[in-house]
Design a protein around this ligand. Structure first.
Ligand SMILES: Cc1cc2nc3c(=O)[nH]c(=O)nc-3n(C[C@H](O)[C@H](O)[C@H](O)COP(=O)(O)O)c2cc1C
Length: 349
């Protein structure tokens, strides 16, 4: 039986277990320069020591105005490569594989003087009105994603994740609520995403999987649902996505805004798993499930029941960097415990 601690292999990516640390912004860049600091090093390397099979570094942006805040990580300059490479190398020492989430915040870039977006529609009444990108600027943006991915490859990452979720730029392009363009990028809502995917793939070694995070459901009134997300994910799969990471929402502030909301994100355990399962089984692709999965028996059941291929634990790992080691202990599964910590796991002495 496949379980949470079964190794996982996809193309050239080999993971020691099925536990993923999902991307989580730390807003901890010191000089507004996008450069990873000692905080990032300690934060990610601790989770590698803590046993995670795959660590996906937080939203890392392809241009300064693509950041949610000036304290986000960046990948628009070669100066970003070495500090990221230092993190990747150290995580590898502890047996973790490392990915990075390449992103642009679009209209959700809070510190940009004038954010850019597919159309000039603000996130909410309190947000800046973004400027609609010209067609030429959209093509330049694809190029910025390509260059960001090229730098990530130089930094030694094992896998690339594109941020197509949570109301950020790629999501803004494929959502009819935020993309009201009349050019080719409005006629085909997946054109921007598919061009970014192809650009990313052109820089990636052939055996390296490309992950895309999507919001499989919008919560705003009139937002898309699982049928639409199956359709756009199919286009993204054909363009080169090898695995999807299934989240939801982020397109609109919940409960406010001109359109109101049609329903709210679930607060119960595993609330996004049915969507991960739907994408996995309809598209025949591997998926990462995420969202309140920090109970080890539950995470294990999702793998055992073939609802997802990998399970991500976010806030659970913010609370406890050693979540994975503890989960193995609770589930009585074999995993490498660093020799320095074995005294705390009687079965490993
Ligand atoms: C502090 C924090 C920062 C986050 N930053 C990101 C991010 O950079 N990119 C992203 O796709 N999701 C981000 N998320 C969402 C998480 O990756 C994850 O999907 C979410 O927390 C649900 O999983 P959980 O219930 O295991 O925490 C963030 C979540 C938290 C709590």
């Amino acid at each position: 039986m496949t379980h949470l601690f079964s190794p996982y292999e996809m193309m050239d990516l080999k993971l020691k277990n099925r536990v993923v640390m999902p991307p989580m912004c730390q807003y901890s860049v010191s000089n507004k320069d996008g450069i990873a600091t000692d905080w990032h090093y300690t934060h990610y390397v601790s989770r590698a020591i803590g046993g995670a099979g795959l660590i996906i570094i937080e939203m890392t942006d392809v241009e300064p105005d693509g950041r949610i805040s000036d304290y986000d990580l960046g990948i628009w300059s070669d100066d970003h490569i070495a500090p990221l490479a230092r993190i990747v190398e150290a995580c590898h020492t502890y047996g973790a594989k490392v990915g990075i989430q390449i992103a642009h915040a679009g209209r959700k870039a809070e510190h940009a003087a004038v954010p850019v977006a597919p159309s000039a529609i603000p996130f909410d009444n309190g947000s800046k009105t973004p400027r609609a990108l010209s067609t030429a600027e959209v093509k330049d943006m694809v190029e910025k994603f390509r260059q960001g991915v090229a730098r990530a490859i130089k930094a030694g990452f094992d896998v690339i994740e594109l941020h197509g979720a949570h109301g950020y730029l790629i999501h803004q392009f494929h959502s009819p609520l935020t993309n009201q363009r009349t050019d080719e990028y409005g006629h085909d809502l997946t054109l921007f995403g598919t061009e970014v995917i192809r650009a990313a793939k052109s820089e990636m070694p052939a055996g390296m999987p490309l992950i895309m995070r999507i919001s499989a459901k919008e919560y705003v009134e009139g937002g898309y649902g699982i049928q639409e997300s199956i359709a756009f994910s199919q286009a993204y799969k054909e363009a080169g996505v090898d695995m999807f990471h299934i989240s939801t929402g982020g397109e609109s502030p919940v409960g406010v805004g001109p359109l109101g909301t049609k329903d709210k994100p679930g607060a119960h355990a595993a609330y996004q798993v049915p969507l991960a399962r739907a994408i996995k089984h309809n598209l025949g692709v591997p998926v990462i499930a995420v969202g309140r999965l920090d109970e080890p028996a539950l995470a294990d059941a999702i793998i055992g029941n073939e609802e997802a291929d990998l399970v991500a634990v976010g806030r659970g790992m913010l609370r406890n960097p050693y979540w994975t080691l503890e989960a193995a202990d609770q589930l009585q599964k074999e995993t490498d415990v660093p020799v320095q910590y074995r005294a705390s796991y009687p079965s490993k002495k």
